[in-house]
Ligand binder design. Structure first.
Ligand code: ASP
Length: 340
């Protein structure tokens, strides 16, 4: 039996081509995908494709669109063996993280990919990215999918989506997963890192559709003023804040700063401490500069990326009973987004 893969085209550079007259990049008609990539006809995979009516640059990505994608996956879940989502690379890590939380008990591959150069250009990285992403989405061993989680495939590497960060705006190798090993590498052979792949639990897919976007990010820097901190902490309707700290979770020890954070926490705000570093983890209390955080009730984010923290906070706020429950969920490894 041939594997069936559904391509979901949301937009981004990969699906653009140069308009012959204006020279501008515009989305091409996805019905003509195989004209652009005739290699797809040689695949031993049954491919179908759906395209967003209005493909977007991923800088316009939004939780409402994550919902649309999750619903497309739910609608087609029993019909296909895997999904490939074509997406702009700019916010791909956020979307991959959000989908990982929204799709509980995922037992099939959901592979996001894109490219730095449009698919119609001669040096495009899009062809390889798309072809291998399809191969991964179709791959089975003993009748079961090899991958059963939300991933990003880019430039010969498969990553756990909620561990990724776009770190390069120029290189074809645009993503990194500093705190979790690569899940597969494509060379002459496609080599899976079996021990790092999520194990499917065999339970029925549960799609969570409630996300609460009332969050903010407060990135500290030397010299940050009380004004700025208070403006963010007191911004209307904000329920939770990611505090992006130095190194292993440190920030200034000035009294006004700790007092401002404590006041917000006492009023019900969740403050989630995530490091500004690309790799490593928050360890509150390791240095004196983070000791107060434990006392006032800041939640340490461990080794979570900011992208996954944004998605996790929106998910947790939308799916918890109360603050205590939300804080417990934040500390728990829900989808492989933090090290246990
Ligand atoms: N700005 C584009 C986007 O994220 C870049 C890309 O596709 O890689 O949609």
């Amino acid at each position: 039996m041939k594997s069936k893969v559904l391509l979901i085209y949301t937009g981004g550079t990969i699906g653009m081509m140069q308009d012959a007259k204006t020279g501008q990049l515009k989305p091409f008609d996805f019905k003509h995908l195989t004209e652009q990539i005739p290699e797809l006809n040689k695949f031993d995979v049954t491919l179908s494709a759906v395209s967003f009516e209005k493909p977007i640059d991923s800088s316009d990505m939004h939780p409402a669109i994550w919902l649309e994608i999750a619903k497309m996956i739910e609608k087609n879940y029993s019909k296909v063996d895997g999904f490939v989502i074509l997406h702009g690379s700019d916010t791909m890590s956020f979307t991959a993280s959000a989908l990982s939380f929204m799709l509980e008990n995922l037992n099939k591959p959901v592979i996001l990919t894109g490219s730095q150069l449009p698919i119609g250009t001669i040096r495009t990285d899009g062809k390889e990215n798309l072809i291998t992403a399809i191969e991964i989405a179709a791959a089975k061993k003993a009748g079961k999918p090899i991958v059963s989680e939300v991933c990003i495939y880019f430039e010969y590497q498969l990553y756990r989506g909620n561990r990724t960060h776009k770190y390069n705006a120029e290189h074809f190798q645009a993503f990194q997963s500093a705190n979790y090993p690569v899940l597969a590498e494509a060379g002459v052979h496609l080599k899976y890192n079996t021990s790092a792949l999520a194990k499917s639990n065999g339970k029925k897919l549960k799609v969570h559709t409630s996300l609460n976007p009332n969050i903010a990010i407060l990135k500290v820097f030397p010299g940050i003023t009380e004004n700025v901190v208070n403006a963010i902490l007191n911004s209307k309707n904000t329920n939770a804040i990611i505090l992006e700290t130095f190194g292993s979770g440190n920030a200034t020890t000035q009294k006004w700063f700790i007092d401002a954070l404590k006041r917000s926490i006492d009023k019900g705000m969740i403050i989630y401490n995530v490091t500004q570093c690309n790799a490593g983890a928050v360890e509150q209390g390791k240095y004196a500069t983070s000791a107060a955080f434990n006392k006032i009730g800041i939640i340490g984010g461990n080794d979570i990326t900011t992208e996954a923290a944004v998605a996790k906070l929106m998910f947790v706020l939308g799916n918890s009973k109360n603050k205590k429950d939300a804080e417990k969920m934040l500390k728990t490894n829900l989808r492989g987004e933090i090290s246990s």
